[in-house]
Write a protein that binds this ligand. Structure first.
Ligand code: SAH
Length: 346
């Protein structure tokens, strides 16, 4: 890693402190914040209203280009899903996806290079784990996407590569910078942390006093199947996970979203739908059904439309709050779980 700390990983207060140390008036920190969070500067030389000597002093202490776009891949047409290959300073890379839909633009970012958890149908885990991202690299992903979009995305989801609650401190530091009214100022309720079910992380998150959305990758209504699809379930079994979710919902007053990827003949039967209703009944929950996106690493496929409809109907009849998500981004290999090592294969 570059020895210099990433400016994108600092809070606005820390940026102000450095300006003070350099003997600068308070308005300099505001100008720098404007360059960082409103104009999404990629290089110190862009900061024309900052004296050259100060830019040089900052560049000696801090790195600005925490994440740079190495490649962009878009589906045909205007306003469609775009995948960015992001180069990090040490030569590692991650991917992120910008998804415009119904008046909002959702950015899906990565939290780790690779992933340790090896879920059966997720392409990210297949190449193994390399390292945690730093807070500045998470914020940097938002900055470069915002620069490309010309505005801060309206919503942010941690559903790219990696497990956010396995990189807790860096992800939370990034969330606070992104949420800070003097930073990117993205509302906490527009930020979703998605987890395969790391219970200590869920318990910690409940204590943060943040209004972020929590999403649980559930995918199965019983331990045997869930352990097969998500090996993490052996460490954090379903009963404990649901209890942690119940406590989280109670503590925060927030609704929890449960992601349920439908796989033909694996987790799509009416009995499984009813079991799902039964286990989620005690929790303030919403279910998001996602037909599996096909990946080379996993043999399964999505159920047929009538089977999906029937599964959905059972949940609806039982008055579970449920939505069916049609995965976007398949055209750029950016559908859920498809962010993977295509670069490594070249
Ligand atoms: N590690 C986190 C975030 C990354 S995965 C987590 O597990 O939640 C983001 C979501 O995509 C998860 O719900 C994951 O289970 C889902 N997903 C992974 N591969 C998929 C695939 N092939 N089809 C559909 N959803 C998939």
């Amino acid at each position: 890693m570059n020895a210099l700390p990433l400016i994108h990983g600092l809070t606005s207060e820390q940026v102000a402190e450095i300006c003070r140390e350099l003997g600068q008036p308070a308005y300099r920190a505001r100008q720098i914040r404007d360059w960082l969070y409103h104009r999404f500067a990629a290089d110190w030389s862009e900061m024309k209203n900052i004296p050259l000597s100060l830019r040089q002093a900052l560049a000696r202490r801090l790195a600005l280009a925490s994440a740079t776009i190495a490649r962009t891949q878009s589906e045909a047409g205007v306003g469609t899903t775009t995948k960015f290959l992001i180069a990090l300073q040490d030569g590692d890379w991650v991917e992120e996806v910008l998804i415009p839909a119904r008046g909002r633009t959702t950015l899906c970012v990565s939290s780790q290079v690779g992933c340790k958890f090896n879920c059966a149908f997720c392409a990210s885990g297949k190449a193994g784990f390399r390292r945690n991202l730093e807070a500045g690299e998470v914020v940097g992903q938002v900055i470069v996407a915002a620069r490309s979009l010309g505005a801060t995305p309206s919503n942010l989801v941690f559903m790219g590569m990696g497990e956010p609650l396995d990189n807790y401190d860096a992800v939370l530091a990034a969330v606070r910078i992104i949420n800070d009214p003097e930073g990117l100022s993205l509302g906490a309720r527009r930020i979703t942390i998605s987890t395969c079910g790391i219970i200590p992380g869920i318990q910690r998150l409940a204590q943060e006093g943040l209004q972020v959305e929590l999403s649980i990758s559930l995918h199965a209504p019983d331990d045997a199947l869930r352990s097969r699809l998500l090996p993490v379930n052996r460490k954090y079994p379903l009963g404990d996970l649901l209890e942690a979710c119940r406590a989280y919902a109670e503590q925060t007053g927030r609704l929890i979203t449960f992601e349920y990827t439908l796989i033909q003949g694996v987790n799509d039967s009416p009995e499984q739908a009813r079991e799902l209703v039964r286990i989620l009944r005690p929790i303030h929950a919403r279910v998001n059904l996602i037909p599996l996106s096909t990946v080379a690493e996993f043999e399964g496929r999505a159920p047929t439309a009538p089977v999906i409809r029937e599964f959905l109907n059972i949940l609806e009849r039982e008055r579970l709050n449920v939505t069916l998500r049609i995965s976007k981004g398949g055209g750029v290999d950016a559908a859920c779980g498809q962010l993977r090592a295509s670069r490594l294969a070249e």
